[in-house]
Write a protein that binds this ligand. Structure first.
Ligand SMILES: NC(=O)c1ccc[n+]([C@@H]2O[C@H](COP(=O)([O-])OP(=O)(O)OC[C@H]3O[C@@H](n4cnc5c(N)ncnc54)[C@H](O)[C@@H]3O)[C@@H](O)[C@H]2O)c1
Length: 350
């Protein structure tokens, strides 16, 4: 029997991908989840079939965490994904967002400390970088923005491969992160502090756009999944905030799952490190390009309604994943076009 690991938010999209990869690697897996995210209950049968133990609880609630410790004394590693994953909710409910993303993370770090300083791999977001990102010079092309060939100087922490871990997390009083970015940044800072103060082995992943199987895509979060379901099999109506030329690097769920477990298995070599994680410079798409891709696959035409830009949106965000690729000998395997096709085919056949 393999080691036991805890995956908070384990019934969610990324959680399900990681739980399944962990079972393939023969870990005993406990998925700790409040099931607050609508639709994630659909993942439970897949998880249980794979032999994952579901533990219903809330990371904000210390009684749930004590119950977990009483029932499972042998946990040797934590992958912490539970959280509010979207900006719009954080703007409407900032206290809730803080409690889940910041206080909840502190609770998980304390849990790891009580278990005997067990490793924690922490899922964070590129939104810890403020919309200072939008100060990088961009060129407007027909279907996308581009800063691969800037006309003038880069900001610190940006190279032709994208945004690296050296980019400032400061807002300097004028660049917004969104409440979501701040609650995640608080969790990020606590992780770094627990490493420095308590020698807790932590790794922080600042992720851009992750997409793939088991996502419950809605307009506010999980946009690729939402686009595939709506254009391919729904009412074809999409609301786009901005002009649709915004660009993201995209990483397939199964690729991110391999990465998290590789990190856990190499924790003594990478503890205390921050990684920018995404598909990187070779795996980018704009919203417009993604829509065209799905229209071609499905033969359907999207009905798009354009709205004003959202607060703190980034026109381009591309993670520089060089550090993760080098330190972990890891590479994304599935391109965005391949991934979209895989999702489309799966939904078509289900
Ligand atoms: N999907 C992405 O593109 C992306 C990008 C950057 C960062 N992230 C981060 O990765 C993590 C996982 O994202 P996801 O896309 O799988 O989201 P998700 O919503 O599918 O999964 C999150 C899971 O956490 C659970 N959860 C929420 N609050 C909880 C609580 N208080 N206690 C216990 N469980 C709770 C939800 O029920 C859900 O199953 C999030 O923290 C998110 O911010 C995701």
């Amino acid at each position: 029997m393999g080691k036991t690991i805890l995956i908070t938010g384990g019934c969610g999209f990324i959680g399900t991908n990681i739980c399944l990869e962990a079972r393939k690697r023969d870990y005993e897996v406990i998925a700790f989840d409040s099931l607050i995210r609508k639709g994630v209950e659909n993942n439970i049968s897949v998880l249980e079939k794979a032999g994952v133990t579901i533990f219903r609880g809330d990371i904000r609630n210390t009684e749930d965490l004590i119950r977990l410790q009483n029932e499972h004394k042998d946990i040797e590693g934590i992958i912490h994904l539970a959280g509010n994953p979207g900006i719009p909710w954080s703007i409407s409910y900032p206290t809730y967002d803080f409690e889940v993303n910041a206080l909840g993370t502190l609770n998980i770090l304390e849990l790891a400390r009580i278990y005997g300083n067990i490793p924690v791999i922490y899922a964070r977001t590129n939104k810890v970088y403020s919309d200072l990102i939008n100060d990088i010079p961009i060129a407007e092309e027909e279907t996308r923005y581009d800063w691969r060939q800037p006309k003038e100087g880069w900001l610190d922490g940006v190279t032709s491969n994208g945004v690296n871990e050296g980019f400032s997390t400061e807002g300097f009083g004028k660049y917004s992160h969104s409440p979501y970015g701040i609650s995640k940044l608080t969790g990020d800072a606590y992780c770094q502090e627990y490493f420095l103060t308590y020698k807790l082995p932590v790794v922080i992943n600042r992720m851009s756009c992750i997409y793939g199987y088991y996502q419950q895509g809605v307009a506010d979060q999980g946009w690729i999944d939402h686009f595939v379901r709506t254009i391919g099999f729904g009412n074809k109506k999409l609301d786009i905030f901005g002009d649709g030329k915004q660009v993201r690097d995209m990483l397939w769920g199964e690729d991110v799952a391999r990465l998290y477990l590789d990190e856990l298995e190499r924790i003594h070599y990478i503890q205390g490190e921050v990684f920018n994680i995404g598909g990187g410079i070779n795996n980018t798409l704009s919203l417009k390009e993604a829509i065209t891709e799905i229209e071609t696959l499905s033969g359907n035409k999207a009905e798009i309604e354009y709205h004003n830009w959202r607060h703190a949106d980034q026109k381009i965000y591309i993670s520089d994943i060089t550090k993760a690729c080098e330190k972990l000998e890891w590479q994304p395997k599935i391109s965005p076009k391949e991934g979209i096709k895989l999702m489309y085919e799966r939904y078509k056949n289900s």
